[in-house]
Design a protein around this ligand. Structure first.
Ligand code: PFF
Length: 457
């Protein structure tokens, strides 16, 4: 096997895994999906999924990764043979597809950063109109998303420790800081409290099938679960790390950032009389109106700072997404890291082009017909197929794999290497029950329901 890198310390792994988890999913997507699905009711269901299902699956993924020191395909192959390896391969394909649209949105954030800091974006009067024109005109987006992919590729090329770990360690705390600043400012605005109640006082009648499956998909996406990103990162950590602690830290950090992003956005949305169910433009539209109320220099500083950090948060996620297929090609196909990075980054960029054209640039991809006259934009379909449906499916398959094939005894042995009192503890019983009973049943049922609702409902 090619020489594999590794994280230098426990903190390095936690920072990198948290960097993978925290991204556009938390700051861009979580608020808009919550806004479309009842606000506080969604938040409640989301947090439930995160801790009930997300955490045990994360521990399972990291354990499989560390045990095998391999990419998702190699890991399943080592422990379960060729047919299980297909599950790993499926995860890698999901990662490729997720990165293809993720990079487009990262390009929006990058473009906003540049136009806000160095151009006249803050002088606009209609930010919703600006967002729709911006995303419909792909020429600008093409440049920024190419730039974003090149930066991602460069960091992944430099390798696990130098590239991934170093970047994450500095950026995560800064992101927390700027979120808190904007939250405090937002809470002082008129009608901000309406946003707080929308976000924190649940109306239980708003919980329905759509809330439940959207929250599950969102939870998997946000924690980077179900496609082997954490098998890959887990493969780089040392045997003395405590997997349970690390996974818990990552989960809590990720949930905190999503929670804070909502707490930042909804007061701003309500104070400007906008609709919380605006959709993918929510963060891009609501924040600009608020930056505009600040003195120009402050606005450039805070606004530019915000979009820059959004780019960095996206970057620590795009590198983990690109690392998955790259690790596969390096381990299994013996490609050089350089070749794997260059080929995958180019390929994924090209696969992402239809997503880039999904917001008005091309009628074909904006109103894509996918099932008996049902139309959706292409990027939404990629999201539905490759994360809302597939990531929980990946979690289901992982839990069945551990329960029936690898066996929880081996998982416990792996965990116990860095956590000596784990064996025989209550915690061990809890996680084993979750993995062998609760996760397979709940995720199996959810997979069928989500499929029915999304595509045949
Ligand atoms: N967790 C990332 C986010 O919330 O933005 C997205 C993501 C990264 C999903 C890595 C999957 C993954 F493997």
């Amino acid at each position: 096997m090619a020489v594999r890198g590794g994280f230098s310390s426990k903190l390095g792994f936690v920072a990198a895994a948290a960097g993978s988890a925290v991204g556009l999913g938390n700051i861009w997507q979580f608020p808009y999906v919550a806004g479309q699905n009842g606000g506080a009711a969604f938040l409640l269901v989301y947090v439930g999924w995160i801790f009930l299902i997300g955490l045990p699956i994360m521990i399972g993924e990291i354990a499989v990764g560390r045990n095998t020191a391999a990419n998702p395909y190699g890991a399943y192959n080592k422990l379960g043979g060729k047919s299980w390896a297909l599950v790993g391969l499926f995860g890698i394909i999901c990662g490729v597809m997720i990165l293809s649209f993720y990079n487009v949105v990262a390009g929006w954030a990058f473009g906003y950063f540049v136009h806000l800091s160095f151009g006249g974006l803050l002088k606009e009067t209609d930010f919703a109109g600006y967002f729709y024109n911006y995303t419909a005109d792909y020429s600008d987006n093409l440049i920024y998303s190419i730039a974003f992919m090149i930066i991602t590729a460069f960091i992944v090329y430099r390798g696990v420790q130098k590239g991934i770990e170093g970047t994450s360690k500095i950026l995560m705390p800064t992101l927390f800081g700027i979120l808190i600043l904007i939250i405090i400012y937002g809470l002082t605005l008129p009608n901000a409290m309406d946003g707080v109640s929308f976000y924190l006082l649940p109306d239980f009648s708003l919980i329905n099938g759509a809330t439940i499956y959207s929250a599950l998909g969102q939870a998997f996406f946000s924690l980077s679960l179900g496609m082997g990103a954490l098998i890959t990162y887990g493969s780089y950590i040392s045997k003395s790390d405590n997997i349970v602690n690390s996974a818990t830290l990552v989960t809590v950090a990720d949930t905190m950032v999503a929670f804070l992003a909502g707490l930042m956005i909804f007061p701003l949305v309500f104070s400007q009389g906008q609709s919380p169910s605006e959709g993918p433009g929510l963060v891009f539209i609501a924040l600009l109106g608020v930056f505009q109320t600040m003195p120009p220099l402050v606005a450039k500083l805070v606004g530019g700072g915000f979009f820059l950090l959004l780019c960095f948060a996206a970057l620590t996620s795009t590198i983990s997404l690109l690392e998955v297929p790259v690790a596969f090609l390096v381990d299994e196909k013996k490609w050089s890291r350089k070749k794997a990075v260059a080929v995958m980054a180019s390929l994924i960029f090209i696969i992402g082009l239809p997503s880039m054209l999904s917001y008005g640039a091309s009628d074909l991809f904006t109103n894509f017909t996918f099932y008996e006259g049902k139309t959706k934009n292409f990027m939404d379909i990629v999201q539905d197929v490759f994360f809302v449906v597939s990531l929980p499916l990946g979690g289901f398959l992982l839990s069945v794999f551990i329960a029936r094939h690898w066996k929880t005894k081996n998982m416990s042995d792996e965990i116990a290497q860095g956590y000596s009192s784990y064996r025989g503890s209550l915690l061990e019983k809890y996680f084993n029950t979750m993995i062998t009973v609760i996760c397979p049943i709940v995720l199996g049922i959810m997979f069928v329901l989500t499929l029915l609702q999304k595509f045949f409902g």
